[in-house]
Design a protein around this ligand. Structure first.
Ligand code: CU
Length: 496
C-alpha cells in the first residue's frame, strides 16, 4: 500500500498498520482517538504477541456457539405470519465482563431469525426507536419496491414505523435482513442491525436434510473494540471496514460440541468488507448444497468455500468420519494472526440415531430466457474532492435510471473493476447466474442463483440476472458497505 493509498483511507487504520500496531491489543490499551493521533507502527509487536499479553478476553474457543433467537409471530391468522420488531439500543456481552452497546432488531445482536415458508406471506411491522432514520432490506428476497427497503422515500423516521410485506413466492433460500440507509449502512450494520431470514419450501423439507438443532445458522462478522468494550467503527472508504476480531453469531471465535452425525450449516458473511475463504481443518470435505439463491442441483464436495460480504453458502458436514474428541477448526484462509480461526467443532461421543443423509440430487436447474441485452458497468475509485466509489463514473442518484430491464427478461451484466479492491456487487429485485469471472467459468457451486458476486481487483465478471418477479424501482450496489455508502450504487428500474 502506498503512502497515497494510506492517506485516502479516511483516517482509518489500514490493515497493515493494524497488524503492525498489534490490532485489537493496542486498541484495548488506548482509545481510538489516541490511536488516530499517534499512529506510529511498532514493528516489534505482532497482533499475536499483543493478544498473548491480554487477559484472555479475545481467546478463541472459550464460548459455546450461541444460536440467534427465533422471532415469534404476534399472529398467524389467515395464513399470514405477522411480526412486530423494534429497532432499538441494547447491550451484548461479547467480551467477558464488559457490555457492548449495540443497535439491534429488538435490541439483539445478532437480530432474531425469521423463519418463513414458501407461499405463506410474512408481514413485519418495524418500529424505529433509534435516534436516526432506518430502512430494512430483505437481502436476496423477491419483494415489491415498497417492501424492498432501499429508496429514500421509504426511510423510517425515528419514532415511526413501517410495515413490510414479504410474499415468499420464491424457492427455499437463506436470506438476511439488514439496515440499508444510504450513507450510514456500514455504521448501522456494524452496530448490530442484521438478522437471518430463513425461507423453506416443500422440496427442502422432503430432502431429508438435517433439521431442528442440526440445522445451524452461522453469521460471520468481524468487529473491533474500544477499551470500554464498545464497538469501534471506522468509516474506511477505500478498503472498507476491516476489523481484527471474528465473531460467529455474536461470540468471539466460539466452539460448538457436535454429535457424530450430519449437520446443516447456513453460512452468512455478515461482515462489512471482509472476504473469507473457509476451510474445515486441513481441508476436510464439506458438501455445499445451496448458495445465495437456494439449493444447488446437487451437493458439491468442496474443501474451500469463498464468501464475499453478504454471500451465503449452505453446507453439510458429516461428523461420523471423526473420532470422539476430534477438534476441527473452521478457518479463514484469507485471515491473519487474529482473523484466521472462525470457530471450532468439538466432536463428542454418540451420534443419536442418524436419520439425515446427503441427498444425490437437490433442485433441478431452471431453464431461463436467453439474454436480451448487454450492459457494462465500470467500477472506479476517485480520491478527490472526497474519496468515493463510482459506477460508470457516477455517484448514486435516486432520480437517475442506470439500468431499465424489462420484467420477465434476462440480460448480461458485465462489471469491470478498475480498482485494487474487490467489489461484491449485489442486485436487488432479481437473482442471477454467474457466467464468467476473469474469462473463466466459476466453480460449479458458484454458478447458480446468486444475488451477490465478487468482482476481483482489476478483473471482470459477467452475470445473467433474471428480472422475473416485480416491476418497480430498485438498486444495485457494492456490498462492501463503506463503498456502498460512498457511493457505489446504481438505480435499477424494472419496467413492467
Ligand atoms: Cu466495493
Amino acid at each position: 500500500m502506498t503512502e497515497e493509498d494510506r492517506r485516502l483511507t479516511d483516517g482509518a487504520l489500514t490493515r497493515r498498520e493494524a497488524i503492525l500496531h498489534g490490532g485489537t491489543g493496542l486498541v484495548l490499551l488506548c482509545s481510538f482517538d489516541q490511536l488516530a493521533v499517534k499512529s506510529r507502527p511498532n514493528p516489534k509487536k505482532t497482533a499475536a504477541s499483543r493478544r498473548r499479553e491480554l487477559t484472555g478476553l479475545f481467546d478463541p474457543f472459550k464460548r459455546d456457539l450461541p444460536r440467534p433467537a427465533v422471532a415469534e409471530p404476534v399472529s398467524t391468522a389467515n395464513g399470514v405470519d405477522r411480526y412486530e420488531i423494534t429497532m432499538q439500543e441494547g447491550t451484548a456481552e461479547i467480551l467477558e465482563g464488559l457490555e457492548t452497546p449495540i443497535r439491534g432488531y429488538d435490541g439483539m445482536f445478532p437480530g432474531p431469525t425469521i423463519r418463513a415458508r414458501k407461499g405463506r406471506p410474512v408481514v413485519v411491522k418495524q418500529t424505529n426507536e433509534l435516534d436516526h432514520e432506518t430502512i430494512v432490506h430483505l437481502h436476496g428476497g423477491a419483494q415489491e419496491e415498497e417492501s424492498d427497503g432501499a429508496l429514500h422515500r421509504y426511510w423510517i423516521q425515528p419514532g415511526d414505523d413501517y410495515t413490510y410485506t414479504y410474499w415468499n413466492q420464491q424457492d427455499q433460500a437463506t436470506l438476511w435482513y439488514h439496515d440499508h440507509i444510504h450513507g450510514r449502512t456500514g455504521e448501522h450494520v456494524f452496530a448490530g442491525l442484521a438478522g437471518f431470514y430463513i425461507l423453506s419450501d416443500e422440496l427442502d423439507e422432503k430432502l431429508g436434510l438435517p433439521r431442528g438443532q442440526y440445522d445451524v445458522p452461522l453469521v460471520i462478522q468481524d468487529r473491533a473494540f474500544n477499551s470500554d468494550g464498545s464497538f469501534r467503527y471506522v468509516r474506511s472508504v477505500e478498503p472498507g471496514m476491516h476489523a481484527d476480531t471474528i465473531l460467529v453469531n455474536g461470540a468471539i471465535v466460539p466452539r460448538m460440541a457436535v454429535k457424530r452425525r450430519i449437520y446443516r450449516f447456513r453460512l452468512l458473511n455478515g461482515s462489512n468488507a471482509r472476504c473469507y475463504q473457509l476451510q474445515l481443518g486441513n481441508g476436510r470435505e464439506m458438501f455445499q448444497i445451496a448458495s445465495d439463491g437456494g439449493l444447488l442441483p446437487k451437493p458439491i464436495k468442496r474443501t474451500q468455500i469463498p464468501l464475499a460480504p453478504a454471500q451465503r453458502a449452505e453446507v453439510l458436514i458429516d461428523f461420523r468420519k471423526y473420532a470422539p474428541g476430534s477438534k476441527l477448526i473452521l478457518r479463514n484462509k484469507l485471515g491473519d494472526a487474529t482473523t484466521s480461526a472462525v470457530m471450532r467443532f468439538d466432536v463428542t461421543k454418540g451420534g443419536g440415531r442418524e436419520q439425515a443423509r446427503i441427498p444425490k440430487k437437490l433442485r433441478p436447474a431452471e431453464t431461463i430466457p436467453s439474454a436480451s441485452k448487454v450492459r457494462a458497468f465500470e467500477l472506479t475509485f476517485e480520491a478527490t474532492p472526497t474519496p468515493r466509489w463510482l459506477i460508470n463514473g457516477k455517484e448514486y442518484d435516486e432520480n437517475r435510471v442506470d439500468a431499465d430491464p424489462k420484467l420477465g427478461t434476462t440480460e448480461y451484466w458485465r462489471f469491470i473493476n478498475n480498482s485494487d479492491h474487490q467489489h461484491p456487487m449485489h442486485l436487488h429485485a432479481c437473482h442471477f447466474r454467474v457466467i464468467e469471472v476473469n474469462g473463466v467459468r466459476p466453480h460449479p457451486a458458484d454458478r447458480h442463483w446468486r444475488d451477490t458476486v465478487s468482482v476481483p481487483p482489476r478483473g471482470h465478471v459477467t452475470i445473467q440476472p433474471y428480472f422475473k418477479d416485480y416491476a418497480g424501482q430498485f438498486v444495485f450496489h457494492c456490498h462492501t458497505l463503506e463503498h456502498e455508502d460512498q457511493s457505489m450504487m446504481g438505480s435499477l428500474v424494472v419496467r413492467p
